[in-house]
Design a protein around this ligand. Sequence first.
Ligand code: FAD
Ligand code: SF4
Length: 332
Amino acid sequence: MRGFELYDAGTVKEAVDLLQKHGSRTVKVLGGGSDLVGGVMKDWVQGKGMPLPEVLIDLTTIKDLATIKLDGGSTTIGAVVTLQEIVDNDELKKRLPLLTQAAESVASPLIRNFGTLGGNVNQRPRCWFFRGEDFNCYKKGGDFCYAVTGDNRYHAIIGGELCYIVHPSDTSVALLALNAKAKIAGVGGDRDVAFDNYFIGPREDVLRENVLKPNEFMTHVEIPNPASGTKFGWTKLKDRQVYDFALISVAAAFTVDGGTWKDGRVTLGGVAPVPYRAKVVEDALKGKNIKDTIKTAAAQIRTVARPMSVNAYKVDLAQGLIERTIMEALGN
Ligand SMILES: Cc1cc2nc3c(=O)[nH]c(=O)nc-3n(C[C@H](O)[C@H](O)[C@H](O)COP(=O)(O)OP(=O)(O)OC[C@H]3O[C@@H](n4cnc5c(N)ncnc54)[C@H](O)[C@@H]3O)c2cc1C
Ligand code: SF4
């Protein structure tokens, strides 16, 4: 591994000042380090558009970012709260069981103990060409996508252009279904961005997966309280039954009137370069009896899917898991 300078920030302001001070160098903020230090930097994942960091700013030393606050209207979770702290919070489990389940499905107990929410949402992709030292693909600043002609069994079936990664974060799929927003601090000031607009695909910028500028970081995630009686569903299908990333995951959060879908969201992981909101499915269910409509609604995912050479199996999986997740949430 290459050497780097490490700074412990005590406050958000200190972290912002450090970002400004070292702005002319390659700087990254650090959560638990399970991916940045233990993966990207250890494995020399780099290219001309993705130099290895020279400076790391540790956010886990900022106490203000280490709390979970549940108040009357919303829940606010600091970026350095660990995934295990999310899993263990009983109030959170009652209010947002979907997030608890998604956090619990991440990796292994060891990684959940030090992996942070901010690190999980902002982790880099897992495409095996991206992670391989010998492949200088688009995402590392090169001029080719090796997944197009290579083994693309785990790649995107929706929204891939130039680059066909699937976004790796389980918690982001749940947070998108829960209509969360990211609170961001940076050299240019603070801003809030809804998860609907937080993630960006390769057409917008192939070198990034979200709207954060190099001199910004996520401080918190804020989730509005779901309407009373909201139904929640979470399913994650993995290739291996030990810890693994999602082949397909589905999150659902919706309200019903009798058996009729009133309002809600259906989101998918493992299918697209961003956590994917399946509006085609939501639209097909809106105002309809769920039991009567679920099969045709789930099949709508086929209308937006463009599988690659060896991953068409994911389209069948997505359709089946959408149906299963919603029916289980409904209690059937
Ligand atoms: C073996 C293994 C299995 C895994 N399985 C899964 C899985 O099944 N599902 C899943 O979702 N994940 C999985 N992961 C990923 C794991 O969850 C992440 O590595 C972890 O959550 C990242 O958290 P961290 O705090 O260690 O991040 P770090 O490694 O510290 O950071 C990761 C990235 O996020 C950036 N970052 C960190 N905090 C912030 C912030 N506050 N604002 C902006 N950027 C930030 C860093 O700069 C870095 O680029 C797995 C990882 C491993 C090693
Ligand atoms: S899918 Fe993206 S990350 Fe993977 S090889 Fe293609 S350009 Fe690189």
